[in-house]
Design a protein around this ligand. Structure first.
Ligand code: DQA
Length: 149
């Protein structure tokens, strides 16, 4: 069975109560359960990790090398700032699908820059918790050889 890591960054532990008008009322536990269930249905053994610390996210990406087939990453605000996370992804060579609950292009200007997008296979945003399901489908398609037509 293929393996996928669902990696969530800062403040995403507060999902459900954090600005529900922006991020919805789904908790991180619900998102992770959704990923475990959907992942299994499409052939992934899913593991989940969340951290508010940049270094721990980098460590998780390093540890994923050789242990995971791909990563679904919501780096939270580090998306817009972290060259270190971008470098970590480039260093391990694993396919990363970037996901955001909100449509980062319809918000403040500073959210339109993503260092993650520079090294990700692709990015899904604006679909709330469902975005993680779409990201797992996208990872499966990518691993099955899908690409730009
Ligand atoms: C987010 C968007 C980021 O801009 C923000 O800092 C987050 C959450 C999202 O899922 O929409 O923490 O990644």
């Amino acid at each position: 069975m293929r393996k996928a890591l669902i990696l969530n960054g800062p403040n995403l532990n507060l999902l459900g109560t954090r600005q529900p008008e922006v991020y919805g009322s789904t908790t991180l536990k619900m998102v992770e359960d959704l990923c475990l269930t959907h992942g299994r249905s499409i052939g992934f053994e899913v593991s989940c990790f969340q951290s508010n610390h940049e270094g721990e996210l980098i460590d998780a990406i390093h540890t994923a090398k050789g242990a995971q087939d791909g990563i679904v990453l919501n780096a939270g605000a580090y998306t817009h700032t972290s060259i270190a996370l971008m470098d970590a992804i480039a260093s391990v060579g694993l396919p990363v699908i970037e996901v955001h609950l909100s449509n980062i292009h319809a918000r403040e200007e500073f959210r339109r820059t993503s260092y993650i997008s520079k090294v990700a296979v692709g990015m899904i945003c604006g679909f709330g918790a469902q975005g993680y399901v779409l990201a797992l489908d996208a990872l499966a398609a990518h691993l099955n050889g899908g690409g730009p037509a």
